[in-house]
Design a protein around this ligand. Structure first.
Ligand SMILES: [Mg+2]
Length: 235
């Protein structure tokens, strides 16, 4: 008996960083009458809320480092975790990777530190143009090739192939599975009562920990198929 429907956003409900379309919104509205809905995302809650056009839904951001609820149409951050990184050490490791893997040319900053403690390693730099970012590694071959090396160097972190041309680096134990487990504990709900929709379940993908767990996972390979698949599964 499913009680909670958990959802990834980019690539699952929408095109990467694009607004929620009305067909999908309608299906979510229908689902919300039968189930509790929660988004589990790599990005921050506020960005997700905007991208969802203000749809009323619980949002877990930054791999479980930020929790929010929507009240009276406004987003309220109810929990925010901050972890201090040794930024010098992290920057050294990123530099080591750049030298070792040959990514010595980049635009803007070499590494990006987020307030939460999450880190982005933007391989071609923070200010590379969107065109350059999209063209860099569209099928993820480059990042999959070096994924294990990045994980090894950042042992105290969970590493994901993120965005179009970067690695997301989150302090352990933060990841989508951990975030969901915390959420389930809060509501006293069992893992067997949740279903997760995600697109990024391959090696290094940010939904892969949920995919590899005992939580029921519905793969979405094309976000335009979400509405049909969700209806078939749940309505
Ligand atoms: Mg995704």
């Amino acid at each position: 008996m499913i009680k909670i429907v958990a959802l990834d956003l980019d690539g699952t409900l929408t095109q990467h960083k694009s607004r929620l379309e009305s067909e999908c919104r309608n299906v979510l509205s229908e689902l919300s009458e039968k189930y509790k809905l929660v988004m589990v995302c790599a990005g921050g809650c506020e960005r997700v809320f905007k991208q969802m056009n203000g749809f009323k839904i619980d949002i877990i951001g930054f791999y479980g480092m930020e929790y929010s609820e929507i009240k009276n149409g406004k987003i309220e951050i109810i929990k925010k975790i901050k972890i201090e990184n040794d930024r010098i050490k992290v920057a050294e490791k990123v530099e080591q990777l750049r030298q070792e893997l040959g990514f010595t040319e980049y635009y803007g900053d070499s590494v990006e530190f987020h307030e939460s403690g999450m880190i982005t390693f933007p391989i071609i730099g923070t200010t590379a143009s969107l065109d350059k970012k999209l063209a860099f590694d569209p099928d993820r071959t480059i990042r999959r090739k070096y994924y294990n090396r990045v994980c090894k160097l950042f042992e105290e972190y969970n590493v994901f192939i993120g965005g179009s041309s970067s690695f997301d680096i989150a302090p352990k134990p933060y990841c989508k599975l951990y975030a969901l487990e915390q959420y389930l504990n809060t509501y006293g709900i069992d893992k067997s009562e949740i279903i997760f929709f995600g697109d990024d379940y391959g090696v290094g993908g940010n939904d892969s920990d949920v995919y590899n767990s005992d939580i029921r996972f519905i793969p979405i390979d094309d976000y335009r198929e979400f509405s049909r698949i969700a209806k078939e599964e749940l309505l």
